[in-house]
Ligand binder design. Sequence first.
Ligand SMILES: O=C(O)CCC(=O)C(=O)O
Ligand SMILES: [Fe+2]
Length: 335
Amino acid sequence: MGCLTAEQIAQFEEEGYLVVEGVLDPKTVLDPVIEEYTDVLDTLVRDLYEREEISSLFEDLDFAERFVAVCIETGDVHKQYFDFSLPFQNVEPDTPFWTGQAVLNAFTAESLLDCVESLIGPEIYSNPVQHVRIKPPEHILPKNQFGNPILGETIWHQDQGVVVPEADETNMLTVWFALEDVDIEQGPLKVVPGSHKHGLLTHCPSYFGNGPKTAGGRQIPESLFEAERMIPLPVKRGDVIFLPRCTVHGSLPNVSDKIRWSFDLRYNPIGQTTGREAFPGFVARSRKHPERELRNAKVWTQMWLDTRKAMLKVNQGGQTDVLFGRWTEGHPDCA
Ligand SMILES: O=C(O)CCC(=O)C(=O)O
Ligand SMILES: [Fe+2]
């Protein structure tokens, strides 16, 4: 059963975003994720300590404080270590990723899938365009070659622009939620209401406009949409933001003293291409074939281990055997 009201569905369709409060239970869904990541961080810390890359195990600190301490000492945000995805290039036999049971339980929480069902129907595939983002306060972040913080604010884009053209007809839904409250200082998601009605806009590989200079960023120039209509979406833990694939969005910088920790997931109707077929998705809900629903994180992890092995043979050393993107330099919109 879908859980959204007709008004909520209408707002999603008209405005191109929807915030639903209290979808995920903090105690049974989010706290176990934090606990699981506490162990993941512990493993990373012990490993770094053994390699003498950090001076202490920082055992007395909670997750956020310990994470920040490690970022400061190593000058790195260890993005890949926590993510439930892999890089597109130069995957190595031991490239880390995390696909634990608490994470899978969050991806497949019934209350979340009820909302997803209201928006894309009851046959739901978990699309592998998915990331965890643990963004430290900007003031402690290492800088990129342009002097801007790595893993700072997210530049303007549409999620359809992140997948290959084969998925242009896929009804891909973006689902964003935070592990802890995200107020305005912590760099919430920002969206441009109504921007989903104009189709896919040009994303420019080396364009920065007024935004921060990011390495490898693909930004939509502000001349192509009404950036002044932007609204930020601060949320409480448990709230979920839903976006259709063409809504122009990004995030504000984290100017607070806390980390900003979020999941962004995608779902599409079963049978439609994900736009990232080299990576594994799974059946999250099926009324027709409930036996196909994935609930075992060991199986999920094996899918990603197999993918990691397959990626060793492609996209190595500057070669592009498998395309993950679609944008090239030189479009007139980017001038
Ligand atoms: O969380 C962010 O900073 C960006 C997330 C995003 O672009 C998305 O969820 O599609
Ligand atoms: Fe996005």
